[in-house]
Design a protein around this ligand. Structure first.
Ligand code: R5P
Length: 308
């Protein structure tokens, strides 16, 4: 079965580099989808590639998701209309996973709602380190098979090459899952701080223990930098304690508002991210792992088994 890699707008670079990965199930070709807005704001899609009988891999990272959702759902429906035999989604960043409970009365668990919108249209989903916290696994919310790629091996490799004598710092309990894995792979020490969130832009982070930092470069590791308040608070503690200038690593560089400016003014020596959301800080490339996960997802796809 042919594989058609079909990027939604903004995902073309990633789609092209995926195509160069030997792990991708082949023969694989690049598909073209033209997306534009009508003058009234509605979405116009036009499929420019043949997908008849093919496996289509939609590539759409889902930061700033609301505007991306309608084109993505339409694209999934469109390729089925034109005879795609299998439709999978590579969403390097999966949105809404942090809204995994009702924090206040009247709120909805939008992680679930988002999953309900996407799942019926997909034979499988591949994503990178979704924010799994109160929802322990994607199959608790997604009805289609979902595969998670961990960025930890690539991050550990990057740290081993770039940072002498590091100590990893997770700014909150939720980050421990990522920090502990990276630390084990890089064989370096780590510590996890405590965080209390009072609002979208107001967080309190506890101070690290200075004794652990002596002679080491602090490396802050978190899954997401959004407003950057979490990392900035941690950086300020480190600066006040006289620690060495810190490196900040995020899997997903959401960088809302002036996140980059805030990290720079809080004393970050270097800010680095994985290429799940396109951003100037992308230094850690994950295509190899994405392609392997796509291959595994395709091999175990119920639709694939049916076709075979
Ligand atoms: C939440 O627990 C996440 O792991 C991140 O720590 C959080 O989303 C970062 O948000 P912000 O950059 O807005 O502080």
């Amino acid at each position: 079965m042919n594989t058609v890699i079909l990027p939604l707008p903004g995902n073309e670079v990633l789609a092209n580099s995926l195509l160069m990965q030997p792990a991708l199930p082949g023969p694989a070709v690049r598909g073209e989808l033209a997306v534009r807005a009508f003058p009234d704001g509605e979405t116009h899609l036009r499929l420019l590639s043949n997908v008849e009988g093919a496996r289509v891999v939609l590539v759409a990272t889902l930061d700033r998701p609301d505007a991306k959702l309608v084109p993505l759902l339409f694209a999934a429906l469109l390729v089925r209309d034109y005879g795609a035999a299998e439709v999978g989604l590579l969403a390097p960043y999966l949105a809404y996973m942090r809204q995994d409970t009702r924090f206040n009365p009247g709120e909805g668990v939008t992680a679930r709602y988002f999953a309900k919108l996407l799942s019926p249209h997909l034979d499988w989903l591949v994503t990178i380190d979704p924010h799994l916290h109160r929802i322990a696994a994607l199959d608790q919310v997604y009805d289609c098979p979902a595969r998670v790629v961990h960025a930890a091996p690539a991050i550990a490799e990057w740290i081993a090459t770039e940072v002498p004598m590091p100590i990893l710092i997770g700014p909150d309990g939720e980050s421990e899952q990522w920090v502990a894995e990276v630390a084990a792979l890089a064989r370096v020490p780590y510590t996890v701080l405590g965080k209390v969130r009072h609002g979208d832009r107001l967080v309190e982070v506890s101070s690290p223990d200075m004794a652990q930092l002596v002679g080491r470069t602090p490396v802050l590791v978190d899954d997401i930098v959004s407003t950057a308040h979490t990392m900035a608070e941690t950086l300020l503690h480190l600066r006040q304690m006289g620690a060495k200038p810190a490196v900040c690593i995020a899997v997903h560089a959401i960088f809302a508002e002036d996140a980059a400016g805030m990290l720079a003014s809080s004393g970050a020596a270097r800010v680095v991210s994985c290429n799940t959301v396109s951003h100037p800080s992308n230094e850690i490339a994950l295509e190899r792992w994405m392609a392997e996960a796509i291959r595994e997802a395709c091999a175990s796809s119920p639709r694939m088994r049916q076709v075979d």
